[in-house]
Design a protein around this ligand. Structure first.
Ligand code: DON
Length: 602
């Protein structure tokens, strides 16, 4: 059956009702990822999908004037699906799935394609994280985060006056050693089934022959002041003008680079002529990445963070990302208030803010690269600790984020979700950090470099570009991975079957938005389309402020939150999420309604 848009009212309601009833009546599958010992056993507490309830939940949480209407359609696919910010990249993944590839093959194809068609966030000059759930029940997480170069120093971004400069965000010094190529090839060689050259074919084709610039491509501000400072301007700002929607856009240098990687593997990038071009570019602009930094780069397979919320299992990223720990810690706190107040109410926003405040306080002060700092993983993810934190929450008064003791995260990043017809699922988030990263475009190589060094606490106790105030645990050290918020997450239903693949872009809002979309489905019973369109909330401890999307909370709810003592702020939009949900008979896919992506399946 071809991809089709089917009315949520017809398909979602009945198929999801059937799915949840079936899911609740089946026993656990053998060999699935182990759930934590403190998992609640009351599967009865898990709310089965109820169409009337779903409509009501969405209606209540979409206040008058909100930018989206409830009841929108999702994209339906019977067998397999890819959801990303770029239609071309989703199609590249589906091309590989239809050719017999599995979800990992398709994820790698999508990742390389994003580097071509969505260069503000898709990349080979950045890094990422991948969460994999195989049909046989095994799960794995791959960390291909960038690393600080060997010559990096703790205070390298402080000026002579001791103040932070902008060098962690703009220009040659802002980049960590890129991990994307090594990571994607590592995932392919361990869990893929197709040759690298085959999965890279769509990306190479689109770089060489071009693609028609679409609204996702132009949304990234492809001729910004940032790009115009560096070599990418010749390609991205021809004649000083942005490439318009509808133009055929070719990237011959990038095609040659991708062709070399396809033919020779990651060595071409880390040791061959691409490494030479990258190091030469670094030298030209005062950067410090050397050939040996590139040669020494290794992706790391890590034990997934496996959490449990009211019978649902979350498989997600451990450090060097904070995503999995912080999301699970927040959910563990929230579980103490379950069933949660209705989405959209002041009581809900309050308990969400208080839970987020506590888990982000720990994130900002206790999480860092586990190769460099001791991370109290067991404590932070334990139900007991979450109960202690929950007990501190007053249901009617906002607390204050404790004074920060540094003591002892514009677009872009991008997340894509993939499921195949065999039952494998992959969530991947990859980033250059800011849109087009540091702005530096590698001459000859044809790609942008990241500005990921800004994810470190360049000056512990002072905010980074996402306003995150972080501690010494995330200070710069040579060879260290900067703490991330990227949270590619796979949710299993109470029977142990893949229910959702999701994740986001948006700096620290990645963690909260990913969690909110999951809660909208499993706690509030919304359809995926409504769960993605529902207004979002965000609190990251410091600044001590609950942010909501403009017109995303009713005026009386905002007044109640202020009366409880919350400082509230608005943002235009929070995060870019791309999600897939299993329904009876297939999958629903929804790309971020606030952006321009596409869910493609068959
Ligand atoms: O790893 C991180 O958490 C950040 N570098 C992510 C940056 C991001 O999501 C930017 N925008 N959409």
């Amino acid at each position: 059956m071809p991809t089709a848009r089917i009315s949520a009212r017809h398909l979602t309601i009945w198929t999801m009702a059937a799915l949840f009833v079936a899911a609740c009546s089946r026993g656990p599958q053998p060999g699935t990822a182990p759930a934590p010992s403190a998992a609640p056993s009351d599967a009865a507490a898990v709310r089965p999908f109820n169409p009337v309830h779903a409509r009501e939940a969405a209606r209540r949480s979409f206040p008058a004037g909100w930018r989206f209407d409830p009841g929108a359609d999702a994209t339906f696919a019977e067998k397999a699906m890819v959801v990303s910010v770029s239609k071309y990249a989703s199609e590249a993944g589906v091309e590989i799935l239809k050719a017999g590839g599995n979800a990992v093959d398709a994820a790698v194809a999508t990742g390389f394609a994003l580097a071509v068609t969505s260069p503000s966030n898709g990349n080979i000059g950045g890094g990422g994280f991948m969460t994999i759930r195989l049909a046989d029940g095994r799960s794995a997480t791959l960390d291909y985060r960038e690393m600080a170069p060997a010559a990096a120093t703790r205070d390298m971004y402080l000026g002579p006056d001791g103040k932070l400069t902008n060098k962690s965000t703009v220009g040659h010094l802002a980049s960590g050693v890129p991990g994307s190529v090594a990571g994607m090839v590592e995932a392919l060689s361990k869990y893929g089934t197709m040759p690298l050259a085959r999965v890279m074919e769509p990306a190479i084709r689109m770089a060489r022959d071009g693609f028609i610039a679409d609204s996702n491509f132009t949304r990234g501000g492809n001729c910004s002041r940032l790009i115009a400072q560096f070599e990418g301007k010749n390609l991205f700002c021809p004649g000083g003008m942005a490439v318009p929607v509808g133009a055929l856009f070719k990237q011959p240098d990038l095609a040659r680079t991708l062709g070399a990687i396809a033919a020779q593997g990651p060595r071409a990038f880390y040791e061959g002529w691409i490494a030479d071009s990258l190091v030469a570019e670094e030298k030209r602009g005062g950067g410090i990445i050397t050939r040996s930094d590139l040669k020494n780069y290794k992706p790391e397979w890590r034990n997934p963070v496996i959490g449990n919320y009211r019978g649902y299992t979350l498989i997600t990223m451990p450090p060097a990302s904070s995503g999995g720990v912080t999301m699970n810690q927040t959910l563990n706190i929230l579980e103490n208030f379950a069933p949660l107040p209705p989405a959209g109410s002041a009581a809900y926003a309050h308990v969400m803010a208080e839970a987020m405040r506590r888990s982000f306080t720990d994130r900002n002060t206790k999480l860092g690269d586990p190769a460099f700092v001791k991370v109290p993983m067991a404590e932070l993810t334990s139900k007991t600790y979450a109960r202690t934190l929950a007990a501190q929450i007053d249901r009617s008064r906002a607390s204050k984020t404790p004074a920060f003791n540094p003591g002892s995260e514009p677009e872009h990043t991008t997340h894509y979700s993939v499921v195949d017809a065999m039952g494998n699922a992959v969530g991947t988030t990859t980033t250059l950090n800011g849109g087009y990263g540091s702005g530096v475009w590698v001459r000859g190589g044809g790609f942008f470099m990241n500005n990921e060094m800004d994810d470190f606490a360049a000056a512990p106790g002072q905010p980074n570009m996402f306003g995150l105030v972080q501690g010494e645990v995330n200070a710069i050290q040579p060879g260290k991975r900067m703490l991330s918020a990227m949270s590619p997450t796979i949710v299993l239903d109470p029977a142990g079957k893949v229910l959702m693949v999701t994740g986001a872009a948006g700096g620290p809002t990645i963690i909260t938005a990913t969690m909110e979309v999951i809660l909208n489905v499993i706690e509030h019973g919304m359809t995926l389309a409504d769960a993605m369109r529902a207004p979002r909330l965000h609190h990251q401890a410091l600044p001590d402020q609950l942010d909501y999307e403009q017109r995303g909370l009713a005026a009386e709810v905002v007044d109640s939150l202020k009366a409880m003592g919350h400082t509230v702020g608005t943002r235009g939009s929070l995060a870019t999420v791309n999600s897939i949900l299993r329904i009876a008979g297939g999958w629903h896919g929804v790309s971020e309604p606030r952006a321009n992506g596409a869910a493609v399946g068959y």
